[in-house]
Design a protein around this ligand. Structure first.
Ligand SMILES: Cc1cc2nc3c(=O)[nH]c(=O)nc-3n(C[C@H](O)[C@H](O)[C@H](O)COP(=O)(O)O)c2cc1C
Length: 223
């Protein structure tokens, strides 16, 4: 797989083969490759927690229970703008409608919406979850570095036949997740990620999101 194929073929996978284990050796290899991601002054501001088995199950249980009890939690950082506006709200809606449409979920059907949301906390069936944290005294530049690291993991995973879904869904429950990870107070939860072999036949995995053409977000200047 060349780099363009890895980038263009990547998509968020939301149904994994629960019976196909991801070994520690495989994830270590992926993380070692991804660790080559650049960071300002090479400070490498990432910490990764890998969860499988009971450790993973405990996180599923606590997040699912909180979500289903109506506890929306509160993330330690704002992933999204506080005031949604165009064109971003439009793109967000398009993505949500596209996914729910494909799954035949009516947004008014609370049970169906909840059922789908819970699959997030079940790591979409993936046998391994990753959690990413950052020291809270790091600045915006390190969050920029973090994005490069995360994308590198996604691409390196593909090279090993695995797929991923990044998950901010865990962030509102950081106060439950971080203690379960044994993460120290000086770290913040950036996001989670499901890692596993995809169930290629699953409908949800056939959702391909759209992108703008480069001309739509690029300004060319000369002279
Ligand atoms: C940092 C980050 C967090 C995300 N969190 C979630 C999540 O919690 N649940 C989910 O289903 N998808 C999540 N996504 C996936 C995005 O919805 C997805 O990347 C976007 O719609 C583009 O689709 P694609 O990844 O298939 O290209 C997240 C993506 C990123 C980069």
């Amino acid at each position: 797989m060349n780099v363009s194929e890895a980038i263009e073929g990547r998509q968020s996978i939301r149904a994994f083969d629960a019976n196909r284990e991801v070994t520690d050796a495989v994830v270590t290899s992926i993380l070692t490759t991804a660790g080559r991601a650049p960071s300002g002054s090479n400070i490498q501001p990432w910490h990764v927690y890998v969860v499988t088995g009971s450790a993973q199950h405990r996180i599923t249980e606590v997040c699912t229970a909180r979500y289903l009890s109506g506890d929306e939690g509160e993330s330690e950082y704002h992933y999204y703008p506080q005031n949604w506006r165009q064109p971003y709200i439009g793109r967000r809606r398009q993505t949500g409608f596209g996914l729910y449409g494909l799954l035949g979920i009516d947004k008014a059907d609370t049970a169906a919406v909840q059922g789908y949301r819970v699959t997030n906390y079940e790591f979409f069936g993936a046998p391994m979850g990753l959690f990413f944290t950052i020291d809270r005294d790091m600045e915006l530049g390190s969050w920029l570095d973090y994005g490069m690291f995360l994308q590198s993991i996604m691409l390196s995973a593909r090279d090993a036949g695995l797929e991923t879904c990044a998950q901010a869904a865990f962030c509102p429950y950081y106060d439950s997740v971080m203690p379960l990870l044994g993460a120290p107070d000086e770290q913040m939860l950036v996001c989670g990620m499901s890692l596993g072999y995809p169930l290629t036949e699953a409908v949800v995995n056939n959702y391909r999101t759209e992108r703008l053409q480069a001309e739509a977000f690029t300004t060319f200047l000369s002279d």
